[in-house]
Design a protein around this ligand. Structure first.
Ligand SMILES: Cc1ncc(COP(=O)(O)O)c(C=O)c1O
Length: 414
């Protein structure tokens, strides 16, 4: 495969792998409960680096309906998603944004374009009186009604109202007939840690307590969502807990992000996603832009950190840390070329990384300049998988994907 050597690389998103992963997750959810559990794809941070446009293009078939919801983190992302999927509801997983923008703009939300572009399909999180004040401002300036989900802090100690204190906040909120209360959520702090059962259970108990307190204030049907990828894929995601939530007149939803793209891995759970059959969606390739024959004893790249033990062929690949490829892969990582894994030698530079092609050449002969070198294998059989790339760059998969430079072209394949 050839790529344009004037470009620093390409990201391709596999439509079929993404659809496959959504189906695997849906299957998992059907095992958990007889009643339908809604899947809310989290596609913040440019679709976890994969490219929000490509992801939305795939979601178009299934999620562009008024009954579906997609989650993002910022107003800008909400606008993007609404342009791409006009029918879908967009859950903005932050209220802090409004606070920040409001303060910066002296609460003139017109200046940010927020009032003019506000969509009835957007849902914000509410977790404090201060945020209620910002929503008041937004309503006064825009005249719009606003939907919200109540965010509970059950153990993350970041955003969210205390489950014990929600009644006051809710009573205040429900005095406003322009505020639509539609759901309750929390965020798990340690669902992906191996030792996480106890902290997770504690958070689930606190969530139920919060819901009971909500039910002292209103009996209206609500959506309730807690699980991220790791939690929904783990065995201990309990059907009993789901039933308890459902008994409180709530429809359960889940918010997976990383597992849509394949691996659900972290320090604690290296293979969970792959073991369940999830496929990596993102492939990253970069062009081979040079070939060099060196002598035994010659060193390669900055710092002369790798010295050839034999006469060697060095391939020069146009990818580096400016593209988001971590320097920690120096002398450790691998790429793949034409189905053969080739080791990185010497330090990863700003826009160049060198590989030892000596063994490759013995098998396959001379490669051509412009050949696509696989940096991240995605759905290709050989080449570094996401968990592997994370390991040798000492990053978590979230970082690997979201660090890929936005300047690299993204496209959808198959
Ligand atoms: C509030 C919230 N829910 C869900 C997710 C999705 O998490 P994951 O990618 O682990 O599935 C995120 C991601 O950061 C998040 O911030």
């Amino acid at each position: 495969m050839k790529v344009d050597a004037t470009r620093s690389g390409q990201i391709s998103v596999s439509r079929s792998a993404l659809i496959h992963n959504i189906n695997v997750l849906r299957h998992k959810l059907r095992e958990r409960s007889e009643s339908a559990i809604e899947l809310i794809p989290v596609i913040k941070a440019n679709g976890y680096g994969a490219g929000i446009e490509s992801i939305c293009e795939v979601l178009k078939n299934d999620f562009n309906t008024e009954h579906a919801t997609v989650a993002v983190a910022t107003l800008g992302e909400a606008k993007q998603v609404s342009n791409l999927l006009p029918e879908v509801s967009v859950l903005i997983l932050a209220c802090a944004d409004f606070v920040t923008q409001g303060l910066e703009q002296g609460f003139d939300l017109h200046k940010t374009g927020t009032c003019e572009t506000w969509s009835d399909r957007w849902i914000v999180l509410l977790s404090s009186q201060a945020e209620l004040g910002v929503l008041d401002e937004l309503h006064q300036q825009s005249g719009r009604s606003i939907s919200f989900h109540l965010a509970l802090d059950t153990g993350m100690s970041r955003e969210g109202a205390s489950p014990n204190l929600v009644q006051g906040l809710l009573n205040e909120a429900l005095k406003r007939d322009w505020l639509q209360f539609e759901g309750v959520m929390t965020q798990l702090a340690a669902s992906d840690e191996n030792q996480a059962r106890l902290p997770v259970e504690k958070q689930l108990r606190r969530f139920l307590l919060g819901l009971k307190n909500v039910r002292q204030v209103t009996s209206k049907p609500l959506k309730a969502h807690v699980s991220n990828s790791a939690h929904l894929l783990r065995k201990e995601h309990s059907s009993r807990w789901i039933e308890e939530v459902q008994k409180m007149n709530c429809r359960v939803a889940v918010r997976p992000g990383l597992s849509l793209l394949g691996a659900c891995v972290s320090d604690g759970q290296a293979r969970l996603g792959y073991d369940l059959g999830l496929k990596d969606v993102v492939t990253w390739t970069a062009p081979l832009v040079g070939l060099k024959e060196i002598q035994r004893g010659d060193s390669v790249s900055y710092g002369a950190s790798w010295t050839a033990k034999r006469d060697s062929w060095i391939g020069i690949v146009r990818v580096g840390y400016a593209d988001g490829y971590a320097r920690q892969a120096s002398n450790k990582g691998v790429f793949a070329l034409d189905g053969v894994r080739v080791p990185i030698v010497g330090r990863v530079c700003m826009d160049i990384t060198c590989v030892d092609l000596t063994d490759y050449m013995a098998k396959k002969g001379l490669p051509a300049l412009g050949d696509a070198v696989v940096v991240l294998a995605g759905d290709l059989v050989l080449g570094p998988r996401l968990d592997e790339l994370a390991q040798f760059t000492r990053r978590i998969p979230y970082e690997v994907l979201t660090s890929i430079s936005p300047l690299i072209q993204r496209h959808l394949k198959d």
